[in-house]
Design a protein around this ligand. Structure first.
Ligand code: HEC
Length: 175
């Protein structure tokens, strides 16, 4: 009897331990899911807003030299052509896709991806108050594992402040 009581107690605490383990695994899983980095994968099928080439000699050549394309998802597309005073709704995403260029036989040709950057609106997220509700991220080489923004105010938002009246988005829609 004594032995089986001991066994019962033992197996109960083993059950408690495995329960605790499951709970902590779930907690870790939940945290890592919440923190998992958003990464736009299908933006090439979004609305193409514009393209620009920055050549050597342009003041932003160091950071943004090359050819870039700007894309808007469906939510961002609804607001992008509204002009001054526009406000993008939550879930709006704008992508800045920067590629190298090479010149060949009087043609300018897209090269490798240099940076993939995005702005994603979530006005309910308190951590984005300093950046007007926008999350700014950029990925070196377009690699989801190489996120390079650690100070979004200094690295991104301060410059986007120039177009505060346009909800911090430079790009205007054109027909
Ligand atoms: C020195 C100023 C400057 C800085 C710094 C800057 N941007 Fe921009 N960004 C611009 C300009 C200007 C455009 C518009 C480009 C165009 O018209 O093709 C732009 C465009 C964009 C767009 C497309 C939407 C729009 O506003 O037109 C995204 C997305 C973007 N930037 C993200 C970022 C991120 C992320 C960072 C920080 C890593 C950043 N930017 C830093 C000036 C800047």
């Amino acid at each position: 009897m004594k032995t089986s009581g001991y066994n019962l107690k033992n197996s109960l605490s083993a059950k408690a331990a495995s329960f605790a383990l499951i709970v902590s695994v779930l907690a870790v899983y939940k945290i890592s899911t919440a923190e998992r980095q958003y990464f736009p994968t299908d933006y090439r099928k979004w609305h193409h807003a514009k393209t620009m080439i920055l050549e050597e000699g342009h003041p932003l050549y160091e950071a943004f030299g090359g050819i870039h394309h700007v894309y808007a998802n469906d939510k961002a597309y609804k607001s992008i052509n509204k002009g001054a005073g526009r406000k993008f709704e939550d879930g709006s995403v704008l992508v800045f896709d920067l590629l190298d260029v090479r010149k060949e036989g009087n043609a300018v040709i897209e090269g490798k991806r240099k940076v993939l950057a995005y702005m994603r609106k979530n006005s309910k997220d308190k951590s984005l108050e300093k950046t007007g509700g926008w999350e700014y991220k950029a990925f070196g080489g377009g690699d989801p594992k190489n996120q390079i923004v650690n100070d979004p105010v200094a690295q991104c938002h301060n410059c986007h402040m120039q177009v505060k009246d346009n909800d911090f988005v430079f790009t205007e829609w054109r027909e």
